[in-house]
Design a binder for this molecule. Structure first.
Ligand code: ZN
Length: 247
């Protein structure tokens, strides 16, 4: 029998943890309606992996996760299976399930593909963006500028940056492309975070986002694609920084 999200909310509520992070998790769990318990767990764990909170190579213990969320092991097993299907985790025999570690060579290949996919999202958005989506994108950009002023608040910068990219996926009006791009972004997320939020990158990010946005607003697909590809490609100093932070 599948448990409902309100079910998991009650169970999570009954857990004794009161940290801010747990509260945030509860909100996440409540806002999602119509998901199975396994789906919800999958989403929460996926976010933690993409954000690097669950580091590459770390072990995902079924029992520990079940205790943390106050659920049985069955939905945890299903959530881990779903994470395995998108390549985020791998089963290593006796070691159990671990967050997949990606080699440098593979990462660079993935970045290259992601830059093109996000570029295609931007290209389509330049053709298809609605006036409402345009206003929304601009508002997100202003919030990112505001977040960049307070450089200690890197989490907000990370969240709003993600919103900017999500808004472009949505404006592309190609759900398949959006889903594929999001999945790839999640896989490289833990590694990206190490360089994207270096102080030197923050100013560049704002400038590059502005360039992408202006091209979309001009309905210039080629320029939007090129600007987005440039934003995500690891070239020159960015590549050197990335290699320096890779361990
Ligand atoms: Zn960005």
């Amino acid at each position: 029998m599948q448990k409902t999200v309100s079910g998991i909310f009650k169970m999570v509520s009954s857990a004794q943890e009161t940290s801010e992070r747990t509260l945030k998790e509860r909100q996440t769990l409540v806002s999602a309606t119509g998901e199975t318990l396994a789906d919800t767990l999958h989403r929460v764990l996926e976010k933690e992996i993409a954000e690097g909170r669950l580091a590459p190579g770390s072990r995902l213990d079924e029992k520990e996760i079940a205790e943390r969320f106050g659920v049985s092991r069955t939905p945890v097993r299903e959530a881990l299976r779903l994470l395995g299907a998108t390549g985020l985790v791998e089963s290593k025999g006796r070691q159990g399930v671990t967050v997949r570690t990606i080699s440098m060579a593979t990462l660079l290949e993935m970045f290259q593909v992601m830059a093109e996919m996000e570029g295609l999202c931007a290209r389509l958005a330049a053709r298809r963006i609605t006036p409402e989506q345009r206003d929304n994108l601009e508002a997100i950009h202003r919030r990112l500028e505001a977040a960049s002023v307070n450089r200690s608040d890197i989490d907000t910068f990370y969240e709003v940056n993600k919103e900017f990219h999500e808004a472009i996926y949505e404006a592309s009006r190609n759900e398949f492309l959006a889903a594929q791009t999001r999945a790839l972004r999640n896989r490289v997320g833990a590694y990206r975070r190490r360089v994207t939020y270096l102080p030197s990158r923050i100013a560049d990010t704002l400038r590059e986002h502005d360039e992408v946005m202006q091209a979309i607003f001009r309905h210039d697909g080629d320029a939007a694609h090129n600007a987005m590809r440039g934003h995500l490609n690891l070239l020159g100093d960015n590549l050197v920084d990335f290699i320096a932070h890779f361990s």
